[in-house]
Design a protein around this ligand. Structure first.
Ligand code: SF4
Length: 313
């Protein structure tokens, strides 16, 4: 959960997640929709799907035993070089260096390496991995790896590294004299959604639709129906808000639409459903749907990040 999502956002969801899935077998036996519902609001839902699949492999094929080495861990769904090294070193004490964006930056600044001085990015990364492995404390690899990641996240910052308070200052070749990486450019886009509420048999209900299983972003998640256009005469503007996903900043308009106007004003969808407001937390909602329903005071839902969960580097 903490990979690319802030601690404050994770804290609340983590407790809920463990309460529902206290053992790896519980996670393995859950439906994907239940897992996604408990992940709702954390973003980067591929992590939840992969974690779920990994739990199934561990339970069904490995007798419930989580692999203990980085090499073996990489055979699990969704576990690559970074995650396998983090688990193996922190949980099982294997002397293997973790390389995330923060560690990469610290090591390259320590050594005085810039991407322009080496033979391309691939060789730079190889050299960085080798040096990180040399620097690793084999007696306390988990602590060392966490220290390096934390140093990169809090001291050796991408733009303004705090070299004066850095514990590695004496050994660092660049000490702040390095090329600053270019900032990723965010795109802007408009989006409009319909908020459709009705009084159901026992409770108030909201109309939601499920994203297709083949969507590249948030497949299978539940969202508000999309409006055909930003301006819809005869509907009331309920709220405007900003919402960022990946590298896109969305300016979002939410309009109140009556049940009888849904077909006319919204983009048609086959996966629609009326959902009782009190049961919203059981569905994997998109971050935007969650944000809108909270702001409209329609549901008490867990807090979500107001902007894209920032990468650690
Ligand atoms: S001295 Fe400065 S550039 Fe070097 S590792 Fe520390 S914070 Fe980074």
């Amino acid at each position: 959960m903490l990979q690319q999502t802030r601690v404050a956002v994770v804290e609340e969801r983590f407790v809920d997640f463990l309460r529902n899935f206290p053992a790896i077998e519980d996670l393995a036996q859950a439906s994907e929709q239940d897992v996604l519902a408990l992940w709702s609001g954390l973003g980067y839902y591929r992590r939840a799907r992969m974690l779920h699949q990994a739990a199934q492999v561990v339970t069904n094929e490995l007798g419930g035993m989580v692999p203990r080495t980085a090499l073996e861990l990489r055979s699990l769904p969704g576990i690559g070089a970074y995650t396998s090294a983090a688990i193996a070193s922190i949980a099982f004490g294997e002397a293997v260096a973790v390389i995330d964006g923060n560690v990469e930056r610290v090591v390259q600044r320590l050594a005085g390496w810039g991407s322009t001085e080496r033979n391309g990015q691939a060789e730079l990364l190889r050299n960085t991995e080798q040096l990180a492995q040399v620097l690793l404390d084999p007696m306390r690899p988990g602590d060392f790896n966490q220290s390096m990641m934390e140093l990169g996240a809090t001291v050796c910052l991408p733009r303004n590294p705090m070299c004066m308070v850095c514990p590695l200052r004496q050994d660092c070749i660049t000490r702040g004299e390095h090329l600053t990486p270019p900032r990723a450019r965010m795109r802007s886009q408009d989006a409009a959604y319909a908020l459709v509420i009705r009084n159901g048999i026992a409770n108030r209900e909201v109309l939601l639709q499920q994203r297709g299983a083949n969507e590249t972003v948030m497949p299978g998640m539940w969202e508000l129906p999309s409006l055909r256009s930003m301006e819809v005469p005869g509907t009331a503007l309920r709220m405007t808000l900003k919402h960022a996903i990946m590298q896109v900043n969305y300016s979002v308009r939410i309009r109140t639409v009556f049940e009888e106007d849904v077909e006319e004003f919204t983009v048609s969808s086959t996966g629609r459903r009326w959902v009782a407001l009190h049961s919203l937390d059981t569905l994997p909602l998109t971050g935007l749907a969650r944000k809108v329903l909270r702001r409209a005071h329609l549901a008490e839902l867990a807090t979500i990040p107001s902007e894209p969960a920032p990468a650690l580097n």
